[in-house]
Design a binder for this molecule. Sequence first.
Ligand code: ZN
Length: 377
Amino acid sequence: MRTSIALLFVLNAALAVVPAAAASKKAKNVIVFLADAGGTSTVNAASIHGYNKAQSLYVQNMPNIGLSDTSTNSSWVSDSAAGMTAIVTGVKTENGLISMGPDTVRGKKDGTVLKTLLEEAEERGLATGVITNVNIADATPAACYAHANDRKKAGEIFLQVFRPRYGDGVDVVIGAGRSAVYKAVKELGEDLDAVAAAGKREVRQALSDVPAGELRPIVVSDKEPDVAAAARLAIERLSKNKKGYFLMIEWDAHTDNPKKGLDNLVGMDKLIREIAGTVNLKETLLVFTADHSFDMRVRAGQKGEPLLKGLDEWREKTGGKKQVYLDLPNLRLFGSHTGEEVLVAAQGPGSEQVKGFLPNTRIHDIILQAWGWKKAD
Ligand SMILES: [Zn+2]
């Protein structure tokens, strides 16, 4: 008798706690995985390429999915600049612009500076990070930490790592393009190492150069960094911040080199699976999406045979690695961005808002709402 009363008490207490906990379920950390040009047809092909099986990627099995419109303020087809600007600022702008509004004159005149998710996090004292396998001043990472009237202004873009508008600026920065970034900064009459030193930071060459205790490492390598190793290092550093963190991880999935593009997406998917298994999903929102789609699709093939059958022969015939046009027995591509919706897959607090057809700008709002920084609509 006594036991059952005690049990009832415990059950009641548990029941009383559950609804309140569910109502206040907020994200502490947010990780955005951005497959550049990784549209739905590329996700489909990556699963077949990687596993010879449909829908075997982790992102294809995440609990909440939606389809995001990637059109810009005025064009049906987006580049990485407008695509990422929409995701991180909630505003559709024009191609070529880095987190600036459509009132900008590209390359000539600044427009409205749009606050990014990374800046929202910095403003509130969270830790922030940006990782990419390509140039760290390229449009996708740039749109998180910088504002520019032209994506080509790499020097002006990268210097904003050291001249933030909010907080102390992006904490963990890892990407490629070292010589190009140094050159672009030099062309502005500045010395990158001196700028970094003035901010008590150092632009390191490789992940292995980062000292164990360094909480705000900057790594800009010549070669493509190991994205998975970079992500582990970043999460280890960023999660030391008690308030939480924002991390954006870009992995290029352009398939004009189809093997590389599909391998990248399979690698990224493995990383997402790993991270989903190591972070606390009760307090960490994971979002996978693409900035725009790409004109590549599976057009034939038998289950069991390699998707990229005939690629080597095609390369020998055409002599190039990157293809503008590629016509294989099972796969066809015409190397340009395309305008159809891309997948958004999400898991963790706030992810239930990812559903149906949605504009890319909604991803921004969903993330802010998950943090509790914007009212639910
Ligand atoms: Zn892109």
